[in-house]
Write a protein that binds this ligand. Sequence first.
Ligand code: SF4
Length: 300
Amino acid sequence: MSQSKYFSGRCVTRSRKLLGNAGNVSPASVSLTADAEQAESAGKRIKRHLSVEYEKESVEENNEGKERKWEPPRWKEQLNNVFTMRKNRDAPVDTMGCDVISDTTATPQIYRYQVLLSLMLSSQTKDQVTSAAMAKLQKHGCNIENILQTSDKQLGELIYPVGFGKRKVEYIRRTSEILKNKYNGDIPNTVEELCSLPGVGPKMAHLVMKCAWNQVTGIGVDTHVHRISNRLGWTQKPTNQPEKTRVALEAWLPREYWKDINHLLVGFGQQTCLPVGPKCGECLNREICPYARGKRSDKK
Ligand code: SF4
C-alpha cells in the first residue's frame, strides 16, 4: 500500500489554516524537564506523505565513509507491514484523536486550548471516554474564560469518568490560569514552556506541538509506541520507560517519520499489537518480530 494513502493532509491543512502568523514559531530545542508527566496517553493526529529521500541521503553519506548509525535490521519491512495493516484507518485513534475531537470551527486559540485539554484528559483514559468528556466540555463551553468560571465540582462531573479526574481538574484549572495570565489566553509554542504547565510532560508536549502548532519537535511516545517499539526491536536495548524509548527511536528513525509514527502505532496497538494478548497470528510482522519469535519480552 502506498504510505501516502495512509496519511491524508487533514491535520496539516487544518493547522496551517489556523496558525497564520502564529505558526512562524522557532523550532523548540529539546532540553526537557521530564518531571510532571504522569502518564498521559494520547489522541494523536497524523497524516502526511512519507518519502524515502532521507534514507537515500543516509546511504550516500555512508558510502562516503561516514560511520553508519545503528538501526533495527528490518525496520522498513516492519513499518511497511504496519502501514498495510493500518490502511483502513479504523482504529479508535483515527476518529477520536486530539485534533479530531477538538473544535475545528472555533478560533485558533480555542482550538489549540482544546487540543491541550484533550491530551490532558487522555492520560490513562480510553479514547472513547476522552472523546465523550470533550463533547460535554464543548457543550458547556470549552474556552479558558468559561472553564475558569466553572467550579471544580462541575468540572469533575463534566469530565467523568476519565482516569485521575480529580487531579486532572486541578491541572486544567492551574493550566488555564497560567495560559490566561502568562500567554494571553493562548498555549505556549515550545516544548520547554509546555512542559512547565501542570501535568504536561515531554510526550504530551511533542504531541501538542504537532497537533496544535504543526511543529515536529520529537516523537510522542505513549504506552503503545513504547510497547510496540520494544516488541519490534526498534530500541537497541529493551527500554523500561517511554522517555527512554523516545530517545532511542529519535537516534535512528528518519525524521520525516516522526510526525506520523505515534498515530500509526497507537492504532496498531489498539487493534493488533494489544497490550495483553497481541494478535501475532494475524500480524504481517509475525515472522520478523523479535517478540513473536521469543527474542523480546514485555518484561524489562
Ligand atoms: S507479531 Fe505480535 S508482537 Fe510482533 S508486532 Fe505483530 S502483533 Fe505485535
